[in-house]
Design a protein around this ligand. Structure first.
Ligand code: H2U
Ligand code: ZN
Length: 345
């Protein structure tokens, strides 16, 4: 009889309409082998050579202020720009054929968010007050950017660790406001909209209810947020952080919910750092409603944590071969990953 814990299968990602191959037979036992801790990374509270530390010079010759809480600046090497000429390129072989060469001019604003003046801390090591200030900063910028007439979406994210391409260990993230819905967000937009139209509820409210009932994929939770390994996780220790109340974006969170988000971010990232006794690398980001629908009933605020590590501080998962050319595949099941993260409480 088919058993999710034993037999190879595919799982459906209802949030983004994608599939993942799961191969539980390859690692039926939870990993109990040696975990090699890396020597702790010693960083000074202030680094005179860091371009994000207070008072220092950035690459673009700008001087950082002597900031004491969060500090946000326009990316000196922004990938997208707010002022570009409108236009598009559409080319097809013959007038009735679909276009094969298609390009559209798009606008964007890219910002860098320093979480704290302290060079030696990480998001999860901030005090509850400092972490709450980060949440407020995110919400503030979401509001400010979404008020711009041309902005359709605001993505708030962080690349942590050299393994994920972070350019600097100073705790920081990024905010990109774009005139378009990025592909991943557009997929979630379609799925959530369809689900809300069919049921009158948000997809993630119903998904969260199922997961709370089952419990096997939960990692940690408080009164306002839940972190779990999603049923359809692709990365070994991928997690999804879901607001219990179906709010469309960070700016809609009440003060107690913002404190709860800060608390759960701390809980989750601390578990990650404990897992392999290393500053756990990841890409994380918040998915929020597109900006042109202020009271979007389909969108449900959530954050994805996508960490590349697989078995230890030095063994990472590679997305190659079948995964790159076919579809993603994983060995350790989401249930096993959740069990391990849950046990670190
Ligand atoms: P990441 O570590 O996630 O790459 O983010 C750092 C960003 O900071 C990166 O996008 C910008 C880079 O362009 N940056 C500046 O804007 N000014 C600088 O002086 C250096 C880095
Ligand atoms: Zn620094």
């Amino acid at each position: 009889m088919f058993n999710l814990n034993e037999h190879p299968h595919r799982r459906y990602n209802a949030l983004s309409d994608q599939w993942v191959v799961v191969s539980p037979h390859r690692t039926r036992r939870p990993w109990q082998g040696q975990v090699e801790p890396l020597p702790p990374e010693e960083r000074p509270a202030y680094d005179p050579h860091c371009y994000l530390c207070p008072g220092n010079q950035r690459a673009g010759d700008q001087l950082n202020p002597d900031y004491t809480t969060t500090f946000v600046f326009e990316n000196d090497f922004a990938a997208l720009l707010p002022d570009v000429p409108e236009g598009e390129l559409v080319e097809r072989l013959e007038p009735t054929a679909p276009p094969l060469l298609l390009a559209q001019a798009e606008r964007g604003l890219c910002r860098v968010v320093c979480y704290t003046p302290r060079h030696d801390l990480s998001l999860g090591q901030l005090s509850p007050t400092a972490l709450r200030a980060v949440v407020d900063t995110w919400a503030e910028h979401y509001l400010e950017l979404s008020a711009l007439e041309w902005v359709r979406h605001v993505l708030i994210f962080e690349n942590r660790g050299a393994l994920m391409g972070a350019s600097n260990p100073h705790p920081h993230g990024q905010i990109w406001a774009t005139s378009f819905l990025p592909g991943e967000v557009a997929r979630e937009d379609r799925c959530q909209r369809r689900y809300a139209e069919e049921t009158g509820r948000t997809l993630l409210s119903d998904y969260l209810a199922l997961e709370l009932e089952r419990g096997e994929r939960l990692v940690c939770a408080n009164d306002h947020f839940v972190a779990l390994v999603p049923f359809w996780a692709v990365w070994p220790f991928e997690t999804l952080l879901i607001a219990r109340r179906p709010v469309p974006h960070l700016a809609a969170l009440h003060p107690v919910e913002r404190d709860a988000l800060a608390q759960l971010l701390k809980d989750l990232t601390t578990r990650y750092d404990c897992l392999f006794q290393v500053a756990f690398p990841y890409s994380m980001g918040f998915h929020q409603a597109p900006t042109r629908q202020p009271l979007d009933p389909a969108w449900h605020l959530h954050a994805h944590f996508l960490p590349p590590l697989l078995r230890s501080a030095t063994v990472r998962k590679f997305m190659v071969g079948f995964e790159l050319l076919g579809e993603p595949q994983r060995d350790i099941t989401p249930e096993q990953a959740a069990l391990r993260l849950r046990a670190l409480g």
